[in-house]
Write a new protein. Structure first.
Lengths: 242, 264, 318
């Protein structure tokens, strides 16, 4: 299958190779959470809800020097194209939960909230490739909304390599083509990569290009998230009045 | 779990007895309900319903399948309710859809309708909210038109061609709403909040359609109810359903209008 | 913005609300000069020496950066970010409302919207008999007669202990158990610290307590007891019904409570004046208590706030 049109250079969904899908973030979508956000990347749509920092529920897990961060990822039954009943806590969700938790933990200033617990719940409403990235971006918005101090904004984006072209932000069709899919999470201003995952093989010189492309994607998302947060902060402050 | 002090419990009981609940509602008044349709574009139909801080999403997906041998002229409907990790567990509901409209080729091909409910945030009365969301989602649902190739006959599975452009709309006038009456003290209330639900002795959920017919009934909670009280509750629920259906209809209509605007 | 409250607005209401919000945003940017930052933004300090980095800030490559979203505040050399939406940040002397979660040896643990449960020691509160004395083992056994699990109580922040736990105290008549009313939760940043957090709204017969932690109590007015232990009596259902809050006072409680819900949903600062003002406005325009949470009054309240802030701004300038 031709994922990139050799004549026009466009992808199946009409994007250029280095073009991201439409992204959208919205803050405050879950009523009772301390912080929450919706994040969309094209047709991929996820909700993140953050509870805490609050008293640790299982006293055995309490840490004197830092906060305990927990993360739970789940997919709605209707989130995928062909509807399949998934059991909660399957291996894929467990793995993604762990990956997201570690990525977010790298940014949260956990030592400022000792002996407390922060829960991040992620709910995929629609999956069309890049759910991991969308979840991380949603979690960043939700954590900021909950007023939890962070070193830097963590953002994530994926990139792949199909038809001898590095492609930014793969959708489901491109993702299932079997080519390499590099998911990158970065602390943007600190210029640090905190998450890097790739399955399938890729020559090392190509990998550099693909990685660079994904990092560029992360930067673009960070700029957008920054705008959303600033807009939201302005709204909160203006509404509150003096 | 909501923990309430003795003083707060007494206040809730008193409010229900005096017909003035904590947020100013009377016993048989609902919280404002709002509906948004087309929230899951990948599904055949979808809707999000909020009732106070209770927030649920319903999605409808249609897939071609084989009818059950015992009912060759009917399609199938299955309902799954799932809770986002944020909320508490719920139970399953039954709906009133004309199953005959889901048949494509008798005995061979039918539409399997999968209805999924997802609770995003819970502040009581999940069942009513889910039923409202499902009703809205169904009216938002388009089932692709199917043409069957004529040649197929006998034992072969007929070949079908699913249209991308033409859709048939559902008749949702028969889909019921659910009204849950929660008994607190000696009185019962509709649309209980989480705090009020924590004080319930028992609850009766009645699903009622537009014609005032009762389509289903569940009684929950540990305490027993006098049969005459149950009958009384059913007739009250039927009465309350009229207002609910009216509000819901207008909400669905305006949500659909907005949805259409966005599409253009 | 409308987290707890989803109102369905019609077309005109939508336009009116949008206009009101636009006004508030314009007034807001005129009135405040504070710099708004979001996470990871650099805070300009003009290379000043000896800058002290306070809450919500950190250092990166020699520059001061924000770790939360909020407003940059300067007090002499100290730079900090005042966060908006966040859990409660306790300060000594704050008046808070909380719920008892657990009874542990010589202490109660309370949920107060902080990152941990707060601790109220038995010795940090006056005993029911009002006598100053050492707490005995008997007192310890009787702790449940003072506060039991799930009780809502009002107390004052005493401070942090060496082990990092937050301690409360309740050594005054005004502190203690709250009954006959409802507890509301609002974001803590909407409640400002003031001289007065207890309000006896005489005209309504209602007690209103605005906890700095965002827990707000609206209940029937109680006369402070004179250190008399109320004798425990086995109450029958009939007694209970007779002791229900009188309807008129209940109406006031619900009206005040809905004012709080509405102001909080709109994201306006919560003060006793704003609450009474909203309640009175609803009364004078004959809005039913439950309709205070409906679309029309929602929009009206936003519009009234615009007028209020415009006249406030004029006063300041004029």
């Amino acid at each position: 299958m031709e994922y990139v049109n050799p004549l026009t250079g466009f992808r199946l969904d009409g994007r250029r190779p280095n073009e991201m899908r439409q992204i959208r973030g919205e803050i405050g979508v879950v009523a009772k959470a301390d912080g929450s956000a919706l994040f969309e990347m094209g047709n991929t749509k996820v909700i993140a809800a953050v509870y805490g920092p609050r008293e640790v529920q299982n006293k055995g897990q309490q840490m004197d020097g830092q906060a305990l961060v927990r993360c739970e990822y789940s997919m709605a039954n209707f989130s995928t194209g062909d509807r399949a009943r998934k059991s909660k806590g399957d291996r894929r969700s467990t793995e993604i939960s762990l990956v997201i938790r570690q990525t977010m933990e790298a940014s949260i200033l956990t030592h400022l909230m000792p002996r407390s617990q922060i829960d991040i719940f992620l709910q995929v409403l629609q999956a069309d490739g890049g759910t991991r990235s969308a979840c991380i971006n949603a979690a960043t918005l939700a954590l900021a909304d909950a007023g939890i101090p962070m070193r830097d904004l963590v953002t994530s984006c994926s990139a792949g390599y199909l038809c001898s072209t590095p492609l930014l932000d793969l959708n489901y069709v491109e993702d299932s083509a079997g080519g390499p899919d590099v998911t990158v999470g970065t602390l943007v201003k600190m210029d640090k990569v905190t998450l890097l995952q790739m399955d399938a093989k890729l020559p090392i010189e190509m990998f550099t290009d693909v990685l660079q492309l994904a990092i560029e994607g992360c930067k673009a998302i960070a700029n957008y998230i920054q705008e959303v947060l600033l807009e939201n902060t302005k709204k909160l402050e203006c509404m509150r009045g003096s | 779990m909501v923990g309430l002090s003795a003083g707060e419990r007494q206040f809730i009981y008193g409010g229900i007895a005096q017909d003035l609940r904590s947020d100013g509602r009377q016993r048989l008044q609902f919280r404002p309900i709002s509906v948004q349709t087309g929230v899951i574009p990948q599904a055949n139909g979808s809707a999000r319903a909020t009732l106070g801080a209770t927030d649920v999403i319903a999605s409808i997906k249609a897939e071609l399948g084989k009818p059950a041998p015992l009912r060759p002229d009917k399609g199938k409907v299955s309902i799954f309710i799932d809770c986002s990790p944020t909320a508490a567990p719920v139970f399953e509901v039954g709906a009133g859809i004309d199953l005959s409209s889901l048949i494509v080729v008798e005995g061979k091909v039918c539409w399997d309708l999968y209805i999924d409910g997802l609770v995003i945030s819970s502040d009581g009365n999940l069942l009513d909210a889910l039923a409202a969301a499902i009703k809205a989602a169904l009216s938002n649902t388009g089932i692709p038109k199917v043409s069957v190739s004529v040649g197929a006959s006998g034992e072969d599975q007929p070949e079908v061609d699913v249209s991308d452009e033409e859709f048939m709309q559902f008749d949702t006038s028969g889909v019921p709403v659910v009204v849950t009456l929660t008994k607190v003290g000696r009185h019962y209330i509709v649309d209980a909040t989480l705090e009020e639900e924590s004080q319930m002795s028992s609850a009766v959920s009645v699903s009622v359609n537009r014609h005032g017919r009762v389509c289903g009934l569940i009684k929950r909670g540990g305490t027993g109810l006098d049969p005459s009280v149950v009958l009384d509750m059913v007739s009250v629920a039927k009465h309350a359903s009229e207002t609910l259906i009216a509000v819901l209809d207008s909400e669905i209509a305006s949500a659909e209008a907005i949805d259409d605007d966005d599409a253009i | 913005m409308m987290r707890e409250l989803h109102v369905s607005l019609n077309q005109t209401q939508k336009v009116r609300l949008q206009a009101a919000f636009q006004h508030l945003s314009d007034i807001g940017s005129q009135a405040s000069s504070g710099l708004l930052v979001s996470v990871s933004d650099t805070i300009p300090v003009n290379n000043e020496d000896g800058i002290l980095k306070g809450h919500g800030t950190s250092e990166r490559d020699g520059q001061v950066v924000a770790t939360v979203c909020g407003v940059v505040e300067r007090v002499n050399k100290l730079v900090y970010v005042r966060a908006l939406r966040a859990r409660y940040k306790p300060e000594v002397g704050d008046i808070i409302v909380g719920r008892v979660i657990e009874i542990a040896p010589k202490r109660w643990k309370l949920e107060i919207n902080f990152s941990q449960d707060a601790v109220l020691m038995l010795q940090s509160m006056n005993l029911p008999d009002g006598i100053q004395r050492r707490r005995t083992a008997v007192d310890e056994l009787n702790m449940r007669t003072i506060f039991e699990e799930n009780d809502v109580i009002c107390a004052e922040v005493r401070g942090f202990q060496h082990d990092g736990s937050l301690h409360l105290q309740a050594r005054s008549q005004k502190y203690g158990k709250l009954e006959r009313g409802q507890l509301l939760r609002v974001p803590a940043y909407l409640v400002k610290r003031r001289k007065q957090h207890f309000h006896d709204l005489e005209q309504y017969g209602v007690d209103l307590i605005l906890g700095c932690n965002g827990f707000i109590w609206v209940g029937e007015h109680v006369v402070p007891a004179d250190n008399e232990m109320v004798e425990d009596q086995e109450s029958t259902l009939k007694d209970k019904e007779q002791s229900y809050t009188p309807l008129e006072i209940r109406q006031n409680i619900c009206r005040i409570a809905n004012s709080v819900r509405l102001i909080s949903a709109l994201g306006f600062a919560i003060s006793v004046d704003a609450i009474i003002d909203t309640a009175e406005a609803s009364k004078s325009s004959n809005v039913d208590i439950k309709d205070m949470l409906g679309a029309e009054f929602y929009v009206q309240t936003a519009e009234r706030e615009v007028q209020k802030r415009i006249s406030l701004l004029k006063k300041k300038r004029g």
